[in-house]
Write a protein that binds this ligand. Structure first.
Ligand code: TXA
Ligand code: MG
Length: 338
């Protein structure tokens, strides 16, 4: 049985926070809102509880989790050393959608880090998440609260769809504000490396760290075995990206689309398609909006039961790397029109 608690972000209900922290203290799993996406939380120091996360999500065992904490003191408590760049980054981006990779100390179980000697840590800005961490007094290990391979949950309804009956509670706090996951930044080497672009844009990071490196192959959850086609964030129907000059993209998708084809398009192009089921991601002038609508849009295609999806390329603005990273992982291939 999964308990369902509804909360208003502006009126923290302490009874619900207490109930959920009690569950977490007993090793149970609680999905909670963050400003990026919903997280599936467990006591980050409890190996058994952590194992529960992997089971409920069907998550590959070699994919490490993020520890969510509420202060720099808590970061210090669980890491070997904090490089000075972490303080500079924390000053600007914490609390918020940035995850930093540190060297872990012995208090952090290997279950949380998939046997790595490093640990991912983030201070979320969502008031409910912070209240929950504070009530628990321990870090919350929390991956995105979707079934593994599905788009990340930007609404409690998505969590319900994927995990109802598999976890102990869901705290519903409406839609996630940012709607795309945190940026994951490895600061254990000489030069910080972006492992996953996300809610803090590459441009924002470059202002502070001009020589920052962006990894092309981004997600350490990618399978090691070559040849295995790995899909992530995937709607049920295969999704193809169509890349090229805008006019040609519109005309290519129009040629390919049938009545039961899904089309992921910009507001600007929306009315130019006359066949198929269109979902508008937002205006190309509003990168934040494109990012925040992405996961929900991918899930809507499942509801529409389309048989194929064609998506425009969304390389626009601040969050272009984050958006294209998710779309490429969700896709079965790219069609180039020249
Ligand atoms: O916004 C977010 O980051 C959300 C909310 C809930 O905080 N969480 C999230 O978690 O997206 P998850 O598990 O879906 O993604 C965590 C990413 C994965 O790509 C994982 O491989 C990487 O962080 N990661 C975690 N620990 C790592 C480590 N020690 N070294 C390298 N990558 C790590
Ligand atoms: Mg995830």
């Amino acid at each position: 049985m999964t308990s369902y608690f509804k909360m208003d972000i502006n009126h923290i209900d302490n009874d619900i926070i207490t109930k959920c922290s009690e569950l977490l203290k007993r090793g149970k799993l609680v999905a909670f809102p963050t400003e990026t996406v919903y997280g599936l939380g467990a006591n980050g120091l409890d190996e058994k509880a952590i194992a529960g996360i992997f089971k409920a999500k069907g998550r590959p065992m070699d994919n490490p989790l993020i520890l969510h904490v509420n202060s720099m003191d808590m970061v210090k408590k669980f890491t070997e050393e904090i490089p000075s760049v972490a303080y500079d980054l924390a000053k600007i981006f914490w609390p918020g959608p940035l995850t930093m990779i540190f060297r872990k100390n012995d208090l952090v179980p290997y279950a949380a880090t998939a046997n790595l000697d490093t640990v991912a840590i983030r201070i979320p800005s969502h008031k409910v998440a912070l209240a929950l961490i504070t009530a628990c007094g321990f870090p919350l290990a929390a991956p995105s609260a979707n079934y593994s391979g599905k788009p990340s949950p930007t609404d409690s309804a998505h969590v319900y769809e994927d995990l109802n009956g598999k976890i102990d509670a869901i705290i519903d706090c409406g839609k996630s504000n940012i709607g795309i996951e945190s940026t994951v930044l490895d600061i254990t080497g000489d030069i910080p490396v972006v492992l996953r672009p996300g809610g803090v844009s590459i441009r924002q990071l470059e202002l502070l760290i001009p020589n920052i490196i962006s990894e092309k192959v981004t997600d350490s959850s990618a399978p090691k075995s070559p040849g295995m086609k790995y899909r992530h964030y995937s709607p049920e129907a295969p999704l193809y990206l169509v890349q090229g000059e805008n006019e040609k993209v519109v005309s290519k998708i129009s040629t390919l689309a049938g009545n039961n084809t899904g089309i992921l398009c910009s507001l600007e192009n929306m009315n130019r398609y006359h066949t198929g089921k269109r979902i508008c991601l937002g205006s190309i002038a509003n990168s934040e909006q494109l990012a925040s609508n992405l996961f929900d849009s991918l899930r809507i295609f499942d509801k529409l039961q389309v048989d194929t999806i064609y998506s425009e390329y969304f390389e626009y603005g601040e969050y272009k790397e984050a958006i294209m990273n998710r779309l490429k992982k969700a896709s079965s291939g790219t069609i180039s029109v020249t």
